[in-house]
Design a protein around this ligand. Sequence first.
Ligand SMILES: [Zn+2]
Length: 231
Amino acid sequence: MASNRRAFLTATATAATATAVGAPGVAATPATADTGRPLSPAPATATAALDELLAGNRRYAAGRPRRPHDIVGHRRLLAGGQHPFAVVLGCIDSRVVPELVFDQGLGDLLCIRTAGQVLDEAVLGSIQYGVEELRVPLVVVLGHERCGAVAATLGRLRTGAPVPGHLELLVEEITPAARRTRALPGDWAEHTMRAHTAWVRDAIRADPAFARASVVAARFDLDSGLVALLP
Ligand SMILES: [Zn+2]
């Protein structure tokens, strides 16, 4: 972790009273959409938020997405303020789109995506915005199988060949997990992804800046479409 991270977060916390992009709060209940039906209240606790995400994932995996809030009226309601109920830190992989994977709609998730869901100062600041300013109760770190960033890391460790340009940061962040799991039997890439995703979760959990939120790690299965929590 970069040495200036603490200073950055301290400065960000000090500035936490700055004007937010959207009004804080987690339990907003949009009155109606253009269907005239009341919309479901946003989950107000970490447990309820996780339950909603996993239920949405089951809908996605079964091919029965509901795509909540995906309507013009809801967009208009959200124009004045946002109330996402979960932060998702996931990979940039085009097959792992959080709003689709969890069957959520406009305004539901604050999504941060980097290759291999690696942390940097911009990511940490973005999570802190969600947790402190928007009072989001849940942070999900979402890894997935057959991740290209993990593959690049293992390739570098196998061959010793340098990786080009900005990819170096990604490989450096994933390398500790790859080294820790290299001797394990089975799929090295899978072990690395799990260890790295759990490490990112633990790093966020250990940071006092995020103490108000629950932080979990999960794995997305490209084949089944299902998300499973990591221990
Ligand atoms: Zn990936």
